[in-house]
Design a protein around this ligand. Structure first.
Ligand code: PEP
Ligand code: MG
Length: 545
């Protein structure tokens, strides 16, 4: 047995076989297929779909900068190039491999052949080959997960995982996630926590581990490779203990969120998509305090349309019933890039065109989302919330867009509701103008993940700053208190939806500050409820930090 020590992003114990995933790759494994004809037909179908998509994107790009149309044209050329598709067809037919594997291998061979010739034209060609191959593999998967996990649950090991890749995983087939890179507050770690998957980072992972047995201890941040029978027995015992503790907490599932002295403060859940709703109910959250809607925009060739979004939000509204559910509008940019948003390369994406700034630069895409949320509001208790606000002018623009979205729905005779509107407080600028913002919205929600990184001027994902990054910094805690007071002065509710809301060591502090709701990953609802229900606010007033 070998022991590897790293850091824990989410506690829990898991044991099983490792699947090593190469970042950004579709996991196409080499196996012998039985029916080449079927595989060739699947390839042709995918080819047809990608061709149709490119033609549509080409048409839609009319009026946009010439380079955008040229890009689609060049991709079409690669797709129609007989050398490329013949190579794939021959590989399927002669070597009896899957279409996905043939596309991936052909792409790799072409890239290796061309990359010696370092000219701008060749570099462009390589980029198009990569892009077309990804589109084909996506089409083959029918929009399914990039990572095919197989029938047995696995421990997923990778150098690094993108938040979108985690969200695509078939949750039931993942025992744990282990990566070399990451940070506790990165979106990948947050998504693993949201999906209730034990996870570690800072482990020196190796490709040779693929298929080997391992134990993941998310409490101590340890990976045990090739554990002995004795070790397996011991960990199975600990896993059962862990489950028993969790079951004990489940007794609080239907209990109200009230302090010992009778103050009600809601505990909401943060989710990445409607797939997480089962956990919201399982842990008995009072509502959804944050749905990170941007994940529906990732891993696609074009942005999701109003109807697709509406169906997702309607499902959210209907499953929550009278409980509130907050849809945060697309917070794209920085570590959540969608190619079709065409953000030029930025020196510092974290300080770049992201969140509301990007949405306001793409008003057509943004308005589709607003129409979808307001429409879905008709079916339940939805609210809308805007990320990365830093000025009142942004709110002016948003208000104009809401008017336009509602007008367009009214003109089409589509029912909608005038839902609550909130803003995220995650820039120091928003903290300083919190009272003016609060006067114009129904609630403020403090996003401490970003607020901490912008206040400390420390990238939340930078591994070199791991030891220095302090989300309990007095500057951050004082800002939280300032925002709560400013919000209340303007008659507005104030929530916290950053990861710090789940820190039970701070529950009492937040309650004494006067917070109205805490929104946490589903698995943390009950620990926070437990802490809240054992706090007595009639004793000891809040002491400023
Ligand atoms: C935050 O910044 O605290 C937040 C909740 O948003 P995200 O983590 O998605 O940036
Ligand atoms: Mg944020």
């Amino acid at each position: 047995m070998e022991i590897f020590k790293g850091k824990s992003a989410f506690a829990g114990i898991a044991s099983g076989k490792i699947l090593f995933y190469t970042r950004g790759e579709f996991q196409n494994r080499q196996y012998r297929i039985k029916d080449a004809k079927k595989e060739l037909a699947a390839f042709e179908k995918a080819r047809g779909e990608v061709e149709e998509l490119l033609l549509r994107l080409y048409d839609e790009a009319e009026g946009k900068p010439g380079s955008v149309r040229k890009n689609y044209q060049a991709q079409l050329q690669v797709l129609r190039d007989p050398t490329y598709s013949t190579a794939i067809r021959e590989m399927i037919d002669h070597q009896m491999v899957s279409a996905g594997y043939a596309i991936q291998t052909t792409r790799d061979e072409l890239v290796i052949t061309f990359q010696e010739l370092e000219t701008p034209i060749i570099r462009e060609r390589i980029r198009h080959i990569r892009e077309i191959s990804s589109k084909l593999m996506r089409a083959l998967g029918g929009g399914l997960s990039r990572i095919t996990l197989g029938s047995e649950p696995v421990i997923l090991v990778a150098e690094q995982l993108q938040p979108g890749e985690i969200l695509e995983l078939e949750k039931d087939n993942i025992l744990a996630v282990v990566t070399a890179h990451g940070s506790e507050i990165s979106h990948s770690s947050i998504m693993a926590r949201t999906m209730n998957i034990p996870s570690l980072f800072d482990i020196e992972v190796r490709q040779q581990w693929d298929g080997k047995a391992a134990i993941v201890d998310g409490y101590t941040g340890t990976l045990y490779l090739n554990p002995s029978d004795e070790q397996l027995k011991e960990y199975e015992f600990r896993r059962q203990e862990d489950l028993r503790e969790k079951e004990e907490l489940l007794k609080l599932r239907d209990e109200p969120d009230v302090t010992l002295d009778g103050k009600e403060v809601n505990v909401y859940a943060n989710i990445g998509s409607v797939d997480d709703l089962s956990n919201v109910d399982y842990y008995g959250a009072d509502g959804v305090g944050l749905m990170r809607s941007e994940f529906q925009y990732l891993g696609k060739d074009t942005h999701p349309r109003e109807n697709e979004l509406f169906l997702e939000y309607r499902r959210l509204a209907e499953s929550m019933g009278s409980r509130p559910a907050v849809v945060r509008t697309m917070d794209l940019g920085a570590d959540k890039q969608a190619e079709y948003m065409r953000i030029p390369e930025e020196t510092n994406p974290i300080m770049g065109n992201r969140g509301i700034r990007l949405s306001l630069d793409h008003k057509d895409i943004f308005e589709e989302q607003l129409r979808a949320v307001y429409r879905a509001g008709y079916y339940g208790n939805l609210a809308v919330m805007f990320p990365m606000i830093s000025s009142l002018e942004e709110l002016d623009e948003i208000d104009d867009m809401i008017i336009s979205a509602k007008r367009s729905l009214a003109n089409r005779g589509i029912p909608f509701h005038d839902i609550d509107k909130g803003v995220m407080i995650e820039t120091p600028a928003a903290v300083m103008i919190a009272e003016e913002l609060a006067a114009r919205v129904d609630f403020l929600s403090i996003g401490t993940n970003d607020l901490t990184q912008y206040t400390l001027a420390m990238d939340r994902q930078n591994p070199l700053l791991k030891e220095k990054y302090n989300d309990h910094h007095p500057a951050v805690l004082r800002m939280i208190k300032m925002v709560i007071d400013a919000g209340h002065r303007a008659g507005c509710k104030v929530y916290i939806c950053g990861e710090i809301a789940a820190d039970t060591a701070l529950t009492e502090t937040f309650l004494r500050m006067g917070i109205d709701a805490l929104s946490v990953v589903p698995a943390c609802v009950l620990p926070v409820r437990k802490a809240l229900r054992s706090t007595d606010l009639s004793q000891n007033p809040y002491k400023p930090m």
